[in-house]
Design a protein around this ligand. Sequence first.
Ligand code: GLU
Length: 432
Amino acid sequence: MLRFAPSPTGDMHIGNLRVALFNYISALQRDEPLLIRIEDSDQERNIPGKEKEIFEILALFGIKHQEEQLQSNNLRFHRAMAIQLLQDKKAFNCFCTSETLDAKREASKEGKIAYRYDGTCENLSAEAVIDNTNPFTIRLKKPDHSITVTDLIKGESTFAPDDIDSFILMRADKYPTYNFACAIDDMLADISLIIRGEDYLSDTPKQIAIHEALGYTKKVEYAHLPIILNTEGKKMSKRDDASSVKWLLEEGFLPEAITNYLIMMGNKTPTEIFNLKEAIKWFDLRTISKAPARFDIDKLKFINREHLKGLDPKELSRYVGFADEEIGQLAKVFLEEASTLKELRSKISAVFAPKIVPDEYKEGFDILREITLKAPHFDDYDSYKAYLMEHSGLKGKNLFQPLRILIGGAEHGPELNDLYQHLKNYLKEVVK
Ligand code: GLU
């Protein structure tokens, strides 16, 4: 089983979506089920409604799953395993207060040495534990050996016991930490391959240490995806609009195009434009570059335009708010200069909206408008143009500029001939 384990603590980031996509593809390729585990253990950071949003986004991107789980429902297992580790002396109760720990952390910082838990509570006698009525956390005893993580993308990384440290499994509020809950849940779900962001690589030896302490010997595979950088080369964060999947959808990027881009970013793909179904045939986690991927919105726009071009005109028409094949064709003409649905919608609505005419073209515009309202239907642009010239006496720029605004909704745009082909049946409506 593979898993995607989002936290319901904010808008879905493109990095999370990339993780979800890679998990989905890998699960299909390995013929294993996919579990969606909502990591809601950090009660204070959960945001109501985010869980529903996660499932909606996954469905929109065609990411199907076989199992669903709320991490908080596993709390009884987290507590039971913590008790087991205490009994086996693999873990210990720690009564150090946060003030004491903060002061020690501060002292390490001043002394310019890395802070490590100093073992104060590791060897307390049973009596000392029982007599102490203060709140306590439960820590795993740091392992006595190094742990090597073998990663399908990053290769091998070895972590010394001190890097792993005696870390906290259960907090004083009796809830598990991320590492503990995650390690237990992955074990209980028999996860075979963990695909997640590279920011979790330093948590992996801790999770392996938990598995070892519990005597769990299954060899779990790992793939940590390199982080995504923004155009300035900094890690893409909430401050970058384009990091939010919701924002990209609102801007009018198609799920198919976002999928295409996220699979291609920092990867070698046989073609530039593809869909998810095709990617399942050739996708290989091992071809993903170790280096951070750089997000390039222009590339995404190019890919989006290619996917928009490939849409059935009826479908494209629906996306821009109509239900008419001809408007879909018109939208395709506008794709020359638009690359998102939002841009297309604005171009098409400008065609049908009352026109904003600069003073210099007002006169010509009014003349052409009157003539068009009374004109018979012309099947081709040349006949329409000839009729306008004959009845208005306008020609050259004085004809084309106002005409462009009249039927194209803007001073610049695609060829009038191309626009006319798809507008001729709506002409009276366009110039009304
Ligand atoms: N809950 C973590 C996140 O939202 C998942 C980490 C993991 O996959 O283990 O990124």
